[in-house]
Design a protein around this ligand. Structure first.
Ligand SMILES: [Zn+2]
Length: 283
């Protein structure tokens, strides 16, 4: 299923695999002036190609390698003759997609087919716009965001996602995310186009709000840690029970990862995995 909305010259294409007529999970692509940013998941590739018919598509950028952002690459390439560009750290991830995608991710998004992308530089120009490509790791090692300075547009990939995000992916790096948020929030961002579909007019304020919330989480984790609370005790006190998200994602998303990563920052240790809780790395 597909939903299209226009924001001036920017077209938002939201896509979801439907089961029993209901969307499982919305993903998002944006088209502006011949440039397509992300391609959704494999299950919706045919619908995306049909939606872009006659759009004059000439360039394709993947903001990162996750399967809900690159699944339509091959179908778009076959129809429009464009090859996706991705950050250098994403090249091999697209050439050799994860062979062991958890069951829920195969059902909801599908496993991307091996794909040979092009290297993404630090600028993308269309006829009417000029985008700076900014490396913004944390959510994934290869994530980039696109900033059009004259318009104040930020295509934020999965850097934002919401102001009070309580879950992290198992392989997410909180220290990198905080650093990316600080750098990107310092830009004169006006309209933010989120990878999940939100379009916000005070994009800079939204980024600063998320940064402030996660800094507050780190501060509170430090206080509870100093008071002798365990990692699990801190999570329960601050964020409550894990709930549905951890269960449905088979442990890919959890509140505990946010607390554990905050603890590793507080301890000044390796953010690759706090003591006693090594996380599976993405890269
Ligand atoms: Zn992602």
């Amino acid at each position: 299923m597909i939903r299209i909305r226009r924001y001036g010259p920017v077209t938002q294409i939201r896509m979801a695999r439907a089961m029993a007529g209901r969307p499982l999970y919305w993903t998002c692509a944006y088209h502006v002036d011949g440039l397509l940013i992300d391609t959704g998941c494999r299950h919706t590739a045919g619908e995306l190609v049909a939606a872009l018919d006659g759009s004059g598509l000439t360039q394709l950028v993947n903001t990162h390698h996750h399967e809900d952002h690159v699944g339509g690459n091959a179908a778009i390439g076959a129809r429009f003759g464009v090859r996706a560009q991705i950050h250098p750290l994403g090249i091999e991830r697209l050439r050799q997609p994860d062979a062991h995608l958890p069951f829920y991710r195969r059902v909801v998004w599908g496993r991307p087919v091996p794909y040979d992308p092009e290297l993404l530089g630090d600028r993308i120009a269309t006829d009417r716009y000029a985008f700076r490509v900014l490396h913004a790791p944390g959510h994934s090692t290869d994530q980039v965001v696109l900033f059009e300075e004259r318009e104040g547009w930020l295509f934020s990939a999965d850097l934002y996602l919401g102001e009070r995000v309580k879950y992290l992916r198992r392989d997410e790096r909180l220290d990198d995310s905080l650093e990316s948020l600080r750098r990107v929030a310092a830009l004169p961002v006006e309209r933010l186009f989120c990878g999940l579909g939100a379009v916000l007019d005070d994009g800079g304020g939204a980024l600063r709000g998320k940064l402030a919330y996660w800094e507050e989480v780190c501060q509170r984790v430090a206080e509870l840690h100093a008071a002798g609370r365990s990692a699990v005790g801190i999570r329960r006190a601050m964020l409550g029970a894990e709930g549905f998200m951890r269960w449905v994602s088979a442990g890919d998303f959890a509140k505990q990862y946010l607390v554990d990563q905050a603890l590793s920052i507080v301890a000044g240790g390796s953010p690759h995995g706090p003591p006693g809780r090594p996380g599976r790395r993405d890269a």
